[in-house]
Design a binder for this molecule. Structure first.
Ligand SMILES: Nc1ncnc2c1ncn2[C@@H]1O[C@H](COP(=O)(O)OP(=O)(O)O)[C@@H](O)[C@H]1O
Ligand SMILES: [Mg+2]
Length: 340
């Protein structure tokens, strides 16, 4: 009997196999006019191109073969294609190919900037725009999680804007996306968006193996990163550099979470209303099994998040301890090694 409904994981494996068989070989310049480079990440660049025959503008994600495994490219392309029907996820054209030196696939061109580019350091973006963005990204993440996938790279650089006011936004970059339950043995380096359980499998320069057991990839990793992104875009600061005991800002937050009645609210969190603090405590629950789902942000959407009157002890900005300002340098994606 034919299995009618294939599990998403199997479907992606099949899509990858079929794509590998039919991956055409062509040179970018023969088929596209390159207008300019519109983005760059750790693994490649994104070019604004128009199709030579039809003139259609597209964003071509181009990855050098020297730095990219074919399987990694196929996985990113097939997962992106599989999810691209959601209105808050970047669209695809179903065009993937290899040239002599690159793998590439064509994406819908998102004409605004990315979210990182519009965050004013130390200020953030207006709360109304944050909320519009939060609702759309929550919806995209719920869709991804329903497909038993975890995005794993939620950060402002991967949220694309169709307009400056975040009326329409789209989640992009499925380069690190994995099936739920995949095991991560170690990662090298950390980012401010990584959950504490992920930072526990990070190896620092000079170390050879992580101190923690392998970690299962779960949607709660995205929930944590989503919480950090909301903090960043509301304030223009990172809440911490990394979730390890050596980071004072993280440690202060963790102590407060463990004993909120005993510890003072850390200064960088005092600007938020009780409703926003409750939302953050659920998105950023230290224990991953206690974290809420991304969709639960909707419960808080009609509440104010940032206090209009500073609370006692936060009379002016000088009393605010400066955690890392969102600087012009974009946080790099780290190279990750994983075992299934
Ligand atoms: N479809 C798109 N339209 C417009 N800009 C894009 C598009 N996709 C990516 N970008 C820009 O290119 C940057 C890098 O793309 P991304 O897919 O995140 O690559 P990487 O995997 O190397 O991080 C993004 O941060 C964004 O600024
Ligand atoms: Mg990216």
């Amino acid at each position: 009997m034919i299995e009618l409904k294939m599990a998403d994981g199997n479907l992606i494996d099949e899509l990858m196999e079929l794509t590998a068989q039919s991956l055409s070989r062509l040179e970018i310049n023969d088929h596209f006019n390159i207008i300019k480079e519109i983005g760059r990440g750790k693994y490649g660049k994104v070019l604004l191109v128009t199709h030579r025959c039809r003139g259609t503008p597209m964003a071509l994600k181009v990855m050098p073969k020297a730095l990219t495994k074919l399987q990694g490219f196929l996985r990113e392309y097939c997962i992106s294609l599989h999810l691209s029907c959601h209105p808050c996820i970047v669209g695809l054209f179903g065009i993937a190919f290899q040239s002599k030196e690159h793998y590439a696939f064509a994406q819908e061109l998102v004409i605004g900037k990315d979210l990182f580019a519009v965050i004013q350091p130390r200020v953030g973006i207006p709360e109304s725009a944050v909320k519009r963005c939060v609702l759309q990204i929550a919806s995209a993440l719920e869709f991804i999680h329903e497909h038993n996938l975890v995005h794993r790279d939620i950060k402002p650089e991967n949220i694309l804007l169709l307009d400056r006011h975040c009326c329409r936004v789209k989640l992009a970059d499925f380069g690190l996306t994995q099936k739920r339950g995949t095991l991560i043995r170690l990662i090298s380096g950390t980012l401010p968006y990584m959950a504490p359980e992920l930072c526990a499998v990070a190896v620092e320069p000079g170390e050879s193996s992580p101190r923690a057991e392998p970690l299962s990839v779960e949607p709660s990793l995205d929930t944590w990163a989503f919480g950090v992104v909301i903090f960043c875009i509301l304030t223009g600061y990172f809440p911490w550099e990394r979730c390890t005991p050596s980071d004072d800002f993280y440690q202060e937050f963790a102590d407060w979470c463990r004993a909120p009645a005993k510890a003072d609210t850390p200064s960088q969190w005092k600007r938020f209303t009780p409703a926003a603090l409750e939302m953050f405590s659920r998105l950023l629950a230290l224990d991953a099994t206690q974290r809420c789902t991304v969709g639960e942000v909707r419960v808080y959407i009609d509440e104010d998040w940032v206090r209009t009157v500073p609370p006692e002890g936060l009379a002016d900005n000088k009393t605010l301890k400066a955690s890392s300002t969102l600087s012009v340098s974009r946080s790099c994606i780290v190279q990750q090694m994983e075992v299934e």
